[in-house]
Design a protein around this ligand. Structure first.
Ligand SMILES: *Cc1c(COP(=O)(O)O)cnc(C)c1O
Length: 337
């Protein structure tokens, strides 16, 4: 694999640190290391920065003047896309899907939504369950009608081009671990629109690193999530010239920690947020990284990772915390960690 063959715009602060988490490890009785992709930079950082390097590269190569994308109301992907567009003088049109039905002022106006506006993106809101692919095309067509040249980025930046960002992250993790003589038994990540998980799997497979990846689902049930990740991982490996590198056994998702649904939080999510904050000073987010941590906590307590060295990919998202103020404030008064 040779990533320099793909157009890329440098946006991220790389490499992100791979750090031990001694107090969290003690609490979980598992050797946990954190891959700090909350520190990628670009509007506060997070996993979408790496994908956007390749997506923006492709957009600029196509001569685009407008980025068009979509996400849930508190989407981190949308916030980071709006920032990337601003930083490169492109317009940004975003469509926000009301997936949760939450109507509190913090959820609909604060957190990532406030930042989207700050970056100057044009926002259109649609009901939950809308056909978001069709909505993207409607907006792209409107941009064309006024003489613009749109570049459409799918939700989460999750297509083979975006997933190259996590192929690169897989390479980065293995390089860091080799330099530290750190033997990694497993990588754990939140898995949603699948590009992060698929890129990691494809990158590790193409490298022949033989490190299992466990995705903790945040939305879809396990069969659907694994199908989405496998398809995208295969397409990504094909883009790298290795169409047969990814096998179905490489794709494992555990979707038992979604709770009531995408974007909904519960006591265990709050426990995960507070444990990370109070043991390591780490900011997780309510929608993704704390759900992944909820899974890591539960599985650790079941003894699943005994004697393992686990790398928890911190995908960022803390900018969404302010969107959950009304749901979190009361719950934080009780020490949990
Ligand atoms: C988008 C996102 C994820 C999930 O990544 P996918 O590539 O969509 O699966 C995880 N964590 C955060 C903070 C995110 O914003």
């Amino acid at each position: 694999m040779h990533l320099a063959r793909f157009p890329r715009v440098r946006l991220a602060h790389l490499p992100t640190p791979l750090e031990p988490a001694p107090r969290l490890s003690d609490a979980l009785r598992v050797d946990v290391w954190i891959k700090r992709d909350d520190c990628t930079g670009l509007a506060g950082g997070g996993n979408k920065t790496r994908k956007l390097e390749f997506l923006l590269g492709a957009a600029l190569e196509a001569g685009a003047d407008t980025l068009v994308t979509q996400g849930a109301t508190q989407s981190n992907h949308v916030r980071q896309t709006a920032a990337a567009a601003a930083a490169h003088g492109l317009a940004c049109e975003i469509i926000l899907e009301d997936r949760t039905g939450f109507t509190s002022a913090d959820y609909v106006e604060n957190g990532n939504v406030l930042l989207d506006r700050l970056f100057g993106a044009a926002i259109r809101t649609v009901p939950g369950g809308s056909d978001m692919t069709a909505e993207l095309e409607i907006t792209a067509e409107a941009v064309r009608a006024r003489g613009g040249n749109p570049y459409v980025i799918p939700g989460g930046g999750s297509n083979p081009v975006g997933a190259l960002g996590y192929v690169d992250c897989a390479r980065e993790i293995v390089t860091q671990a080799d330099e530290m003589d750190l033997q990694i038994d497993r990588i754990i990540t939140a898995t949603g629109s699948a590009g992060t998980h698929a890129g990691l799997v494809a990158g590790l497979a193409v490298m022949g690193a033989d490190i299992p990846v466990l995705g903790i689902g945040v939305r879809a049930p396990k069969p659907k999530q694994e199908e989405n990740v496998l398809k995208l991982a295969r397409e990504t490996a094909a883009l790298l010239g290795r169409p047969d590198a990814v096998t179905p056994e490489m794709v494992v998702a555990d979707c038992d920690y979604v709770g009531e649904g995408y974007g909904f939080i519960d006591d265990k999510v709050i426990e995960a947020l507070t444990l990370a904050a109070r043991s390591e000073g780490l900011l997780l987010d309510p929608v993704y990284s704390a759900k992944a941590m909820k899974g890591l906590i539960a599985l650790s307590r079941q003894g699943r990772f005994a004697d393992e060295t686990v790398v928890f990919l911190h995908t960022g998202g803390a900018q969404g915390l302010a969107g959950y103020q009304s749901q979190l404030t009361g719950a934080l008064d009780h020490p949990r960690a």
